[in-house]
Ligand binder design. Structure first.
Ligand code: ARG
Length: 401
């Protein structure tokens, strides 16, 4: 479709601007500034320059392919650090004996945590893990046993997943932001579009179809409070064969959100934590409170449970649910996420709160046997690490060992 050019005198021709005309134009066109020109939104970020100054191709999302695994990972078994030997491809624990803060920083950087933010550290309150004691031996690489001191490293790169304990009631009840301080609203022209979760000072995790908007943090009310501008959106590559796959995006904020009572990051899941069906999980959001309803002014919370992939597919979704998705809801229906909740977290409380899923899709809302489907965050950990690394260093970090 050709872009629409307007004469220089267009503003006087439309003056005083009719609000309806303006709303229509805003929804369908981008205004190029010099020379003044309207470009259909379809042509924005299509790889072809339509505005002479390039506004239509500036600030476009960046596609990041899923690369090789990061050189470090942290196990659910007391946050034991494992590092990848890039020559043998084997994972091993790290001995406490000669471990230094510089190595801790390097390991956290592998997972995309920035050292400037001072996020990394060995948890001084947690005793290092003694291999073989308490830890499930099958989840610990065998080289854990070779440490002289007998101690391996437990690593905490972020002070995440902390929230005040307010009562959480089942079945869509108003929520306080202090209970879910990582929850943000992604907004476009002041309108709520999607939810999202703060996963670090400058990062919001959301769904792929929720980008390019402004992010609003630290409020359980939709209206009011300031917004934070988006610097860049990162998307995982989409496969036309399964368009519902890879519904994940990372939003880099122009300025970091600092920890406060109302804004705190949520933890990412452990690479090796497989939740069992029936595990209680929480969902939050400003989405519709009934199927054809409207957005909720107050943040809502509800408890759901994990449903296994097979019965989720059998009951309703005919194989559309892949192993990189999670289903959650209640067998009898009634409690679910809905339109406007997309991008928001599916939360698991395992010592600290973790974002195990991202609200993605579902048939209807709350209908029995058509539960909500969520992007499995665990399946995209390496992608998340890669995006944060690439963006922090403008390239790949050197392998850990
Ligand atoms: N795609 C929806 C959105 O953009 C979320 C749908 C979730 N549906 C469900 N039944 N859980 O907000």
């Amino acid at each position: 479709m050709p872009s629409l050019s307007l004469p220089r005198s267009w503003s006087s021709a439309l003056s005083p601007p009719l609000p309806l005309v303006k709303i229509y134009l805003d929804h369908h066109y981008l205004f190029c500034k010099q020379p003044l020109r309207l470009v259909p939104l379809k042509q924005v970020c299509d790889g072809q320059l339509d505005c002479l100054q390039g506004e239509d191709e500036a600030n476009c999302p960046q596609w990041v392919p899923e690369g090789p695994p990061a050189g470090a990972r942290v196990s659910k078994d007391r946050s034991v650090l494992q590092v990848l030997n890039s020559h043998t491809g084997a994972w091993s624990c790290v001995c406490h004996d000669h471990f230094t803060p510089a190595l801790a920083r390097a390991a956290c950087e592998q997972m995309g945590y920035s050292s400037q933010a001072g996020e990394w550290g060995l948890d001084p309150e947690t005793e290092p893990v003694v291999p073989g004691r308490g830890a499930k031996s099958n989840s610990s690489p065998s080289s854990c046993r070779k440490c002289l001191s007998g101690l391996v490293v437990s690593l905490f790169c972020s002070n995440c997943g902390q929230s005040v304990r307010t009562p959480r009631v089942l079945g869509g009840s108003p929520a306080a932001i202090e209970a879910w301080p990582w929850q943000v609203s992604l907004q476009y022209r002041k309108e709520h579009i999607c939810g999202g979760s703060i996963i670090g000072p400058g990062w919001v995790l959301t769904a792929a179809h929720c980008f390019n908007w402004r992010v609003k943090a630290g409020s359980d009310l939709l209206s009011g409070t300031a917004t934070i501008a988006v610097e860049k959106v990162f998307l995982a590559e989409v496969t036309p064969a399964s368009p519902k796959d890879n519904d994940i995006a990372l939003v880099k904020l122009r300025s970091p959100v600092h920890d406060s009572g109302d804004t705190k990051p949520i933890c990412l899941p452990y690479f090796d934590e497989e939740l069992v069906p029936g595990t209680p999980l929480w969902v939050i959001g400003w989405g519709y409170t009934e199927e054809h309803g409207k957005l909720s002014e107050r943040l809502q919370q509800a408890e759901v449970e994990l449903i296994d992939e097979q019965s989720c597919n059998l009951a309703a979704y005919h194989g559309d649910v892949t192993d990189r998705m999670l289903c959650a809801g209640l067998p009898q229906g009634g409690v679910d996420t809905c339109q406007g909740d997309s991008g928001g977290p599916l939360l698991y409380s395992g010592g600290h709160w973790q974002v195990v899923g991202i609200v993605s899709w579902g048939q209807g809302c709350g209908t029995p046997s058509t539960p909500g489907v969520y992007t499995s965050v665990r399946a995209y950990l390496d992608w998340i690490y890669a995006v944060r690394r690439v963006s922090a260093q403008g390239g790949q970090a050197a392998p850990f060992c």
